[in-house]
Design a binder for this molecule. Structure first.
Ligand code: BGP
Length: 481
């Protein structure tokens, strides 16, 4: 680290270590498009946007999205422009297995991902592949989806097909993107399947995602690792939380355990299983509601052992920090359901000094990522952390995206500082390379280093200021603040 004083203010210069990876991320449903001309089967997002168009803020759908199904060569060119050396993308389950089951493997799907992987490797870009990023086959949703324990077999069969096709070339795998998003958002009307059923279906989903992840990990471990020596983990969506007042310290730790620990503790902690305090509290909550059994389905000793330790690194999706404040039971949340975690009676609020984005759940507080990385280091035994998503949303489509540029600069600086604290971060990935179908926000919300013209038939991609900035950091492996 070098520090230089310019006009009295301290400018810092950080050099990224040799081998540090810089990437960009995407997800199949958000960029690929083309469910019609290929044989891709229907998934839960297709079904939801067509049966309930009003839930998408601009009533759009992802039938064409960024058209990466046809324009993937242009996508790779953009990565070359940026100079990144890894690309995190996901495989669409129903593009590869149109029925959801391995009885039919789509030739077209197989070829599509083969070409993409080979195209990346030719340019020296490492593929990081997510097996599941929000797009469950509708055929499996019709049988109960993630709330049905059979999903474990469905997912493992699918994972086996993917590994058998691509594990010779793909060395870094993420089984699931954000189980919190799959279950908590999916069962609180914030994502497909768009159910209002958090306390039954949602918590069944919590358990089933863990078991499905673990089985896929162990499958790789036993069958593929001896030959291909890759790494497997998952990505956790982890808002960082700070206490609003000294009185809220305990509530904040509980909020961390409810949000991230519910999914992380069984996998990454030494003892495994649900976080103890949380498990107890949720059992009491159930009883108070006249429900005598644990709502968080118990994990048997075999299941605890099955899930524990199923990681080779930690994949972190970090966006924002919220303050945690205790509230009375029954407190009515604000306009965003996300703002309250009623299971543990806390509310998430912003800090008056933190810059806010246009959506009020998202504050800019770069130091949050450093504190969170240190928390991970102190709580789990981690040899490697890859930041699998970090980026800034805006409703402003302009190419001069100073806010995003500063966000990336300041968050990367805090990642650097965390590395100086001794946190083993080995890679950083921006969400996202280009504007895409941002789930319930359709095309209104922009996260892209590149802007995409969704009115042009060829989905023209144009770099923003943040793309130039990120590229200069990546190419020089130096961050200047
Ligand atoms: C992550 C998802 C991404 C992406 C991003 C922005 O949680 O993994 O797929 O969409 O969040 O999310 P949103 O559009 O909800 O702000």
């Amino acid at each position: 680290v070098l520090s230089v004083s310019i006009c009295g203010s301290l400018a810092m210069e950080y050099k990224f270590p040799e081998g540090f990876k810089f990437g960009v991320a995407s997800a199949a449903y958000q960029v690929e498009g083309d469910p019609k001309s290929s044989d891709r089967g229907e998934n839960i997002w297709d079904y939801m946007v067509h049966s309930r168009p009003e839930v998408i803020s601009d009533r759009s759908d992802a039938s064409m999205a960024c058209d990466s199904y046809h324009l993937w060569r242009r996508d790779i060119e953009m990565m070359e422009e940026l100079g990144v050396n890894m690309y995190r993308f996901s495989i669409s389950w129903t593009r590869l297995l149109p029925t959801g089951y391995p009885n039919i493997i789509s030739e077209d799907g197989k070829r599509f991902y083969n070409d993409l992987i080979d195209g990346l490797l030719e340019k020296g870009i490492e593929p990081i592949v997510t097996l599941y990023h929000c797009d469950l086959p509708q055929s499996l949703q019709d049988l109960g989806g993630w709330a049905n324990p059979l999903v474990v077999d469905w997912f493992t069969d699918y994972a086996n097909v993917v590994f058998s096709l691509y594990a010779d070339r793909v060395k870094i795998w993420l089984t699931l993107n954000e189980p919190f998003g799959i279950c908590d958002f999916g069962y609180m009307e914030l994502a497909a399947p768009y159910f209002d059923d958090i306390k039954v279906g949602g918590y069944m989903c919590t358990k089933n995602t863990l078991i499905a992840h673990a089985k896929a990990y162990r499958l790789y471990d036993e069958v593929y690792r001896p030959k291909y020596h890759g790494k497997v983990s998952l990505s956790t969506l982890f808002f960082w939380f700070e206490p609003a007042t000294p009185d809220d310290v305990e509530a904040t730790e509980l909020a961390i355990q409810f949000w991230a620990g519910r999914y992380d503790h069984p996998i990454f902690s030494k003892e495994g299983g649900w976080p103890k305090k949380l498990e107890k509290l949720m059992l009491e909550n159930g009883k108070n509601e006249g429900y005598p059994y644990p709502r968080l389905p118990p994990l048997s000793l075999e299941e605890i052992e099955l899930v524990k330790g199923t990681y080779d690194f930690y994949g972190l999706n970090h966006y924002t920090t919220r303050l945690i404040r205790k509230v009375e039971p029954g407190y009515k949340p604000g306009p965003y359901p996300l703002m309250t975690l009623d299971e543990i009676n806390v509310e998430m609020i912003g800090h008056p000094d933190w810059k806010s984005t246009e959506l009020n759940w998202f504050s800019v507080h770069p130091k949050g990522i450093r504190d969170q990385l240190n928390w991970l280091k102190n709580n789990y035994d981690l040899k490697e952390i890859i930041i699998t998503e970090n980026g800034m949303m805006s409703l402003d489509p302009s190419l001069v995206d100073t806010g995003r540029l500063e966000y990336i600069r300041d968050y990367m600086e805090q990642v650097m500082l965390a590395m100086q604290d001794g946190v083993p971060v080995t890679g950083y990935t921006v969400w996202t390379m280009m504007d895409n179908f941002e789930w319930l926000n359709g095309y209104n919300l922009k996260y892209g280093l590149y802007a995409v013209d969704f009115n042009s038939p060829n989905r023209t991609r144009t770099p923003r200021e943040s793309a130039r900035f990120y590229s200069s950091v990546v190419r020089s492996r130096t961050l200047r603040t």
